[in-house]
Design a protein around this ligand. Structure first.
Ligand code: LMR
Length: 309
C-alpha cells in the first residue's frame, strides 16, 4: 500500500505522521511545492519512527510527482489556510487552481488512486476534483463530517462530563461555519439519546460551538487547526486501506440521495477499499431536511463561483 499526502503544511504533515504511526501503508510520500519542506518533514518523521516502533518508508518530494507514482490513496491538503476573521469560502480563488492542478498531476502517475480532499472550501474543492478528473464518484471523498463530528463529540463530552468514546454523534451538510448540521436528535450516550441528559439550551450551544469549531481554533491560533484535521484524514484513510466499512460522514457526490443532486455534500457513507461504497439514509425529519437543503443552496452558490475563475 502506498499513500501520498499533498501539502506538507501543518495539516498535511500531521496527517502523514498519523498515517505513518498507524502503519497504514508500507510507503508514505509527502509532497509540497516548497523546496525542501516535505523532505525535511519526512526525514523528521522517519527519525521519530525509530522511537515509535513503526516501520514505514516515508519520502519527501519537492513537487516531483514521479515519486508519488502508483499511490493507492492520495490526500490533498494543498492551498492556503484561513486567517482569523475569514471563512473557508474566502479561500476559493486561490485554492481552486491549486487543487485542480494537483489532481491532474497526481492522476498522471496514479490513475487508480482514491482521493481524499481536505483543502478548503472543502465541499467545492471536492466537487471540483470530481468534475475536473472525470473519475468515478466513489473515488473522490471530501473530509469534513468526520472532523466536524469529532468536534461535536468533544463538545458533547464536555457538556456531559463523559468519555467521548461513549458518544455517537454525526454532523452532515457542508463543512462551513453556517452550513454544517450537527444532528443533535440522533446523538447518543451509550445508546441513549443525549436529549435525555442535556436540556435543549445546552444542546443548542453544543451545536453552535461545533459549527464554529474550526473558526474558534483559527481565532486562538492565528491560523487554521491541524491536529484534529490531520487525525481525521488518517482515520478516513484507515477505513479505506483496511477496508473497515465504517460509516463516516463524508462529502460525496449526490444523485438524488438526501433530496439533492449534482453536488458534493456531507452525508453518512460506508468507507472501504473502493472508496465510498454506499450512502446511509438517516431519515431526516422535516427540520433537518430543511437545514440540509439550505446547506446545499449555499454550497451550490459556491460551486457556481468555479465557473467564473
Ligand atoms: C477545520 O475545520 O479545521 C479546517 O477546515 C480548517 C479551517 O479553516 O477551519
Amino acid at each position: 500500500m502506498k499513500i501520498t499526502v499533498v501539502g506538507a503544511g501543518a495539516v498535511g504533515a500531521t496527517c502523514a505522521d498519523n498515517i505513518a504511526r498507524r502503519e497504514l501503508a508500507e510507503e508514505v510520500v509527502l509532497l509540497d511545492i516548497k523546496d525542501g519542506l516535505s523532505e525535511g518533514k519526512a526525514l523528521d518523521m522517519l527519525q521519530a519512527s525509530t522511537l515509535l516502533d513503526c516501520d514505514v518508508k516515508i519520502t519527501g518530494s519537492s513537487n516531483n510527482y514521479e515519486l508519488t507514482a502508483n499511490s493507492d490513496v492520495v490526500v490533498i491538503t494543498s492551498g492556503i489556510p484561513r486567517k482569523p476573521g475569514m471563512t473557508r469560502e474566502d479561500l476559493i480563488g486561490t485554492n481552486a487552481n491549486i487543487v485542480k492542478g494537483v489532481t491532474e498531476n497526481i492522476l498522471k502517475h496514479s490513475p487508480d488512486a482514491i482521493f481524499v480532499i481536505i483543502s478548503n472550501p472543502m465541499d467545492t474543492m471536492t466537487y471540483l476534483a470530481l468534475k475536473s478528473s472525470g473519475l468515478p464518484k466513489n473515488r473522490i471523498i471530501g473530509l469534513g463530517g468526520i472532523l466536524d463530528s469529532a468536534r461535536f463529540k468533544t463538545y458533547l463530552s464536555l457538556a456531559l462530563k463523559c468519555s467521548p468514546n461513549d458518544l455517537q454523534g454525526v454532523v452532515i451538510g457542508g463543512h462551513g461555519d453556517t452550513t454544517m448540521i450537527p444532528l443533535t436528535r440522533l446523538a447518543t450516550y451509550s445508546g441513549v439519546p443525549v436529549s435525555h441528559f442535556l436540556d435543549a439550551e445546552t444542546l443548542q450551544k453544543v451545536a453552535a460551538d461545533t459549527m464554529v469549531g474550526g473558526a474558534t481554533l483559527t481565532k486562538l491560533i492565528g491560523t487554521s487547526a491541524w491536529y484534529a484535521p490531520g487525525a481525521a484524514g488518517a482515520a478516513l484513510v484507515e477505513s479505506i486501506v483496511r477496508d473497515q466499512k465504517r460509516v463516516i460522514p463524508c462529502c460525496v457526490y449526490l444523485e438524488g440521495e438526501y433530496g439533492q443532486s449534482d453536488i458534493c455534500l456531507g452525508v453518512p457513507v460506508v468507507i472501504g477499499r473502493n472508496g465510498w461504497e454506499r450512502i446511509v439514509d438517516f431519515e431526516l425529519n422535516d427540520e433537518e431536511q430543511a437545514a440540509f437543503n439550505k446547506s446545499a443552496d449555499a454550497v451550490r452558490n459556491m460551486n457556481d463561483i468555479l465557473k467564473t475563475l
